[in-house]
Design a protein around this ligand. Structure first.
Ligand SMILES: [Zn+2]
Ligand SMILES: [Zn+2]
Length: 203
């Protein structure tokens, strides 16, 4: 498995392209659909799925266009549906969400999702938003963390729908993962569970 990182949009959101055996999946296509398509073409792969860690516009605004261009399916947690439909919200519109994102499949806690042929377990980690999820592969020792956990920081819980106590409970769950697990956050550089357990003062 290889992971390409594409910072997209005004907030430098990390869009990840997972490539494995001529298959691909895209995590959080937040903007810049053309550069995502170009990166996929560079790898000579067509994605089979788009996974959304949560419904904020900077993570999802290019999802509908990418689905149209590639025919892949969009998978998201239903609790963030109100954000995926928030095209009348001014900030969401500024971030490019001009068209509601209608998922093809719903994420649920502890379910298994397939990213480019690799099994990931869905960890529902509400707090940043009600429908925030992380995707964990025990075989690859990889976690896509969305805006729940960052290198040296944790997600905001002061936006509408956020809840600090809930976020801390979700982070407590991530703490149980092995130290060597690589964490791919929604913004900023990658890290590991072990590094954050040692040095993240918010965790
Ligand atoms: Zn967010
Ligand atoms: Zn974000």
């Amino acid at each position: 498995m290889r992971v390409l990182t594409l910072p997209v949009g005004n907030l430098g959101t990390n869009c990840y392209i997972v490539v494995h055996n001529n298959d691909a999946a895209v995590v959080d296509p937040g903007a810049d659909v053309n550069s995502i398509v170009a990166a996929l073409a560079g790898e000579q792969v067509t994605p089979s799925s788009i996974l959304l860690t949560h419904g904020h516009a900077d993570h999802v605004a290019a999802a509908a266009a990418l689905r149209r261009l590639t025919g892949c399916s969009i998978i998201a947690h239903p609790a963030d549906g109100y954000l995926l439909r928030a095209t009348d919200n001014e900030i969401a519109r500024l971030l490019g969400l001009t068209e509601a994102v209608v998922p093809d499949m719903e994420l649920a806690d502890a379910a298994t999702v397939n990213l480019a042929g690799i099994e990931f377990t869905v960890l529902a980690t509400p707090g940043h938003t009600p429908g925030s999820c992380c995707f964990y592969s025990a075989t690859e020792q990889v976690l896509f963390a969305g805006d729940t956990l960052f290198r040296g920081s944790i997600g905001r819980s002061d936006l509408p729908g956020g809840n600090h106590k809930t976020l801390l409970r979700s982070l407590g769950r991530l703490k149980q993962l092995p130290a060597e697990v690589e964490v791919y956050p929604g913004h900023g550089p990658i890290t590991t569970i072990g590094r954050e357990r040692m040095s993240n003062r918010y965790w």
